[in-house]
Design a protein around this ligand. Sequence first.
Ligand SMILES: Nc1nc2c(c(=O)[nH]1)N[C@H]1C(S)=C(S)[C@@H](COP(=O)(O)OP(=O)(O)OC[C@H]3O[C@@H](n4cnc5c(=O)[nH]c(N)nc54)[C@H](O)[C@@H]3O)O[C@H]1N2
Ligand SMILES: Nc1nc2c(c(=O)[nH]1)N[C@H]1C(S)=C(S)[C@@H](COP(=O)(O)OP(=O)(O)OC[C@H]3O[C@@H](n4cnc5c(=O)[nH]c(N)nc54)[C@H](O)[C@@H]3O)O[C@H]1N2
Ligand SMILES: [Mo]
Length: 890
Amino acid sequence: MAGVKLFIDGRAVEVPSGATLLEAVRAAGLALPALCHDDRLSTVASCRTCLVDVNGRGLAAACSTPAEDGLRIDVEASREVRRAALQAIVAGLPPRALDIPADRSELVRQCAEYGVAAPSGVVLPPERGVDHSHPYVKLDRDLCIACGRCVRACAEIQGTFALTLVGRGAGTVVAPGTGGPWAESDCVSCGACVDTCPTGALSEPGLLNLLPLERQTLTTCGYCGVGCSLEVSTRGNTIMTVKPAGDGSVNRGHACVKGRFAHGFLGSADRLTTPLIRRNGTLTPATWTEAVGFVAARLGSIRDGQPDGFALISSARATNEENYLAQKFARTVMGTNNVDNCSRLCHAPSAAGLAATFGLGGGTNPFDDLERCDAVLLVGANPTAAHPVVGSRIFQRVMDGARLVVVDPRRTSLARYADVHLRPRPGTNVAVFNGLAHVLVREGLVDTAFLDLHTTGYEELFGLLEDYPPERVAAISGVPADDLVQAALLYGQALAPAIFYGLGVTEHLHGTDGVRTLSNLALLRGAVGPGAGGGVNPLRGQNNVQGASDMGALPDLLPGYQKVLDPAARARCAGTWRVDVPPLPGLRIPQMFDAARAGSLQALWVIGEDVLTTDPDSTAVRAALEACPLVICNDLFLSATAAAADVVFPVAAWLEKDGTFVNFDRRFQRVRQAVEPPAGVRTDFAVLHAVAGRMGADLGCATPAEAMAECAAVAPLFGGISHPRLDREGPLHWPCGSADSAGTPRLYQERFATPDGLAHLAARNYLPPGEQCDAEFPFLLITGRRGEHYNSGSMTRRTGNLRLSADETVDIEPGDAAALGLNDGDPVRLGSRHGTAVLQARITDEVEPGQVFAGFHFPGASVNSLTSRVEDEVTGCPEYKLTAVRLSRS
Ligand SMILES: Nc1nc2c(c(=O)[nH]1)N[C@H]1C(S)=C(S)[C@@H](COP(=O)(O)OP(=O)(O)OC[C@H]3O[C@@H](n4cnc5c(=O)[nH]c(N)nc54)[C@H](O)[C@@H]3O)O[C@H]1N2
Ligand SMILES: Nc1nc2c(c(=O)[nH]1)N[C@H]1C(S)=C(S)[C@@H](COP(=O)(O)OP(=O)(O)OC[C@H]3O[C@@H](n4cnc5c(=O)[nH]c(N)nc54)[C@H](O)[C@@H]3O)O[C@H]1N2
Ligand SMILES: [Mo]
C-alpha cells in the first residue's frame, strides 16, 4: 500500500495510507494526549485533548483525522489548546483525581506533562458516589470523564455490551446497561474496562488503597488452556493486581474473570499448610519428615513386591517439569507405566483422533490464524464461558465479517451471533459431521486435487457418505435438513475456514469417532496442513493438560508421544534415566479405579485432581478409593479426594512456582513465581524429589530448568525447548526439535506427520450413545462449564467469584419447568441410574425441551454422582455430555 508523506513540526514522516494524524505524530517520535482514545477501539474523538494545528489553518482531532500527503502538522504550536482541554476536564473533577498514582491514571500523567494542576477555590461538582457492589470492578462516578472507552472496550474487545453512558452534559457517567448495581449487570468481569479507563474511575480492589506496587512478574495463567500471559504486581508477598500482557501473547492484552481476578484462594484460611496422615481413621497433622518417610516406606515395599500395584494420576494443573518428574517417578522409581492425567477425562479423544488422522495429537494451527479465516465452525464448545479470551476473539472476527456456524444443543452466547446454529441431540455428532460431509460432496465443494495429493481413504468415505443425506441426518439428530445444508455451504464455500471444537465432541461413547469425522470436513475442503484455512483445533481444557500429556504422563506414551511399545523409544529414555522402562502400557484412570475395586491396586498417588468430585459415577470412585490400601493426595486444599486419602501433601499453586505450561495451541510458555507459598507448603516438584530420595532413588533434575533440559534430551519433539531460550525469545510452539528451530506454529505445511505423509480420512458410521432416555429417566442431562467457576471449584469458590455465582444450578427449558411446576431458584432433585443430586432451577431457553444442563463446580451438589461410567470406546474418556435423568421438585 502506498504511503502518505507529511510534515510533523517540520520533519518529514511517512505513514501507511489510512493512518491517522495521531499515528503520524507518533511516527515522528512525539506524543499526544488522547484521553478518549484506545488503539484497540473505534474512535469517537470527543475529548479534544489531541487537537493539533493543521497547515496553520485550524485545529483537528489527531485521533480521527486521516493523514494526507503534504499536510503540515504543528504539534508544539497547538500545545496550549491541548492544555486548555485538559484543564477543562480537570475542572469538572474533584481534586483527588490528580492524587492517583501516575502509573494508574493517564489523566495524571498528561496533566503532569502539560503542567495542569487541580483547580483551587472553585465550586466542586456535585458528588455522584461510588458503586462498589461488584467484587472486582469498582466504579467511582466522580472520576468519570464520560470518554466512553469502557463502554467500547466491553462491546468491542469482550463482546458483552454490559455498559452504557447515562445522564447529560457534565453529568454523563458510565453505568451498567441493566440500570441497577454493577454486581447485578451483564458484566462478565473481564477487566477490560478497568484497563482502558484513563482516570481511575474504574478500578479494582488491589488499586483502591493507592499503595504503590513493588514488583512485577510475567507469568502464564494457571486456569484454562488458552495460556494467557499475565503481569502480576505484588507488594510484599501479596498480589495487588493481575493484568493481561499484550504484545505477542495469545491473549493480546485481554483476560477473564478467573485469570485476572480469581487469585484470592492463595491466601484462603482453608489452605493446607501441613502434611496429614490418617491415624485411627482420622487425618492428623504430621511433619514433612514423617509424611515423606511413611509414603516412602509403603511405596518401597510395593516396588519391591508388585510394582504394578502402584498407580499415579499426574496433574494437568501442575507444570511440565512436575509432570515430567511424576512420570519419571512412576517409571523409574516404581517400575510401572501406570501413570495418567486428566486428559483422559477431557481431550484424550482429540489426541487419539488427531494423531490417527494427521499424525500428531495437537491442534493443527496457531490461534492467530483465526485472523486469516473467513468462516469459523465452532462445535461443542462454549468459549465465552470456558475460554473467554478465545470467545472474545471469535466474536471480534465475526463482527469483522467472518461467518460463524455453531454446532451445540444449547443456545450458547456465541450461538446468538451465528449465521447458522445447528442444535443436534447430544450424542449425534457423527451423524451431523457425516451429513455435512455428504453435502460438501454433493455440492461439489470437495478439493479433489488436495485429496489426491495428501489423503487416503476417500473412496471408502465417499461410499459411506451416501448413507447420510440431510433428511436421514435430520431424523437422527433433530437438525433440520435445510440448516445442515446451509451450514455445509458456509463452511464449504469459505476461502479459509477454521474448526474449533470442545468437549461436546470428545466426551462421548464415540468421542474419537467424533474428532475423526469432524477432521474429515477440513480434509475434504483442503482447509488444513498444506491447504489453506485454519485447520482443526481442540480448545484444550486445563492450563497444562496439553503439557501433562506432552511430558508422557500417559500409560502408553513416553515424553514427546514416543510409544511405550517402541523399543527404540524405551532405549532412548533408559539411556538418560539409567533404568529400564517397563515394556507394556499401564493403566488408564478408569482402569486404575477398576483395579482398586478388584483389590489389585496397593497404592494410588493422586497429584492435583479431585477424582471424587470430577470423575464420573462418584459412588464407584469412592468405592475404589476405599478399597485401595494407600491413597496419597497432593493438593492446596482438603478436596473431597484429599479428605478420603491416607496421606495428604500440601502443595504450591501456579502463582507460587516456576516452570512451564503448554497451552492449547502447543505453545511452551514460562511460569514464574510471583509470591512465596505459605510456610509449610512445598511444590509438587519438591515432594516427588523428597519421596524418591527417601526411597534411595535419585530423580536427577534438581531444578525445573534441568527437568526441561532432560525432557528435551529424551523427546525429539521438544529438543529445542529450554528455560533460558523461553526467557530470551518468549513462547515456542512444538514441534521444536533443535536450538535452531523457531518452533512450528502451523503443522503439516508440506506433508502430514503420519508414516506415509498422508492424512487419513475416517469412514465411521453413526452409532447411538451409551445412555438412553426412557419413561423412568425422560430428560437428557448435559454437563459442562459455568464462566465463574473452574472444574472442582476448589480455587474459584475461594475467591470473590463465589459472590458472582454461589450455587450449582440446573438449566431447565421454560415449558418443561412449567410442566414440572418449577420456578426459578427452586430446589430440583435429579435422579439418574447412578445417583442423585439436588440443584437450584435456572429457567432458560438456552436449553431445548427435554434437555437440562448443569455445571459440576460445587462438590456438595455431587453432579458426578449422576454421570455414568460409559466411556469413549477408543480412549476411555467419560460420556459426561449425556446422562438420562428424572427431575422433581425437592
Ligand atoms: N470457566 C471455566 N472455564 C474452563 C473450565 C471450567 O471448569 N470453568 N474448565 C476447563 C476445562 S478442563 C476444559 S476441558 C474446557 C472445556 O471447554 P468446553 O469444551 O467449551 O466446555 P463444556 O461446557 O464442557 O462443553 C462445551 C459444549 O458442548 C456442548 N455439547 C454437549 N453435548 C454435545 C453434543 O453431543 N454435540 C455437540 N456438538 N455439542 C455438545 C455443550 O452444550 C457445551 O456448550 O474448559 C476449560 N475452561
Ligand atoms: N460432569 C462433568 N464432570 C467433568 C467434566 C464435565 O464436563 N462434566 N469435565 C471433566 C474435565 S474436562 C476435566 S479436565 C476434569 C477436571 O477435574 P480436576 O482435575 O479434578 O479439577 P480441578 O478443579 O481443575 O483440579 C483438581 C485439583 O487440583 C488442585 N490443584 C490446583 N493446582 C494444583 C497444583 O499445582 N498442584 C496440585 N497438586 N494440585 C493442584 C485443585 O485444588 C483441585 O483440588 O473434570 C472432569 N469432570
Ligand atoms: Mo478438561
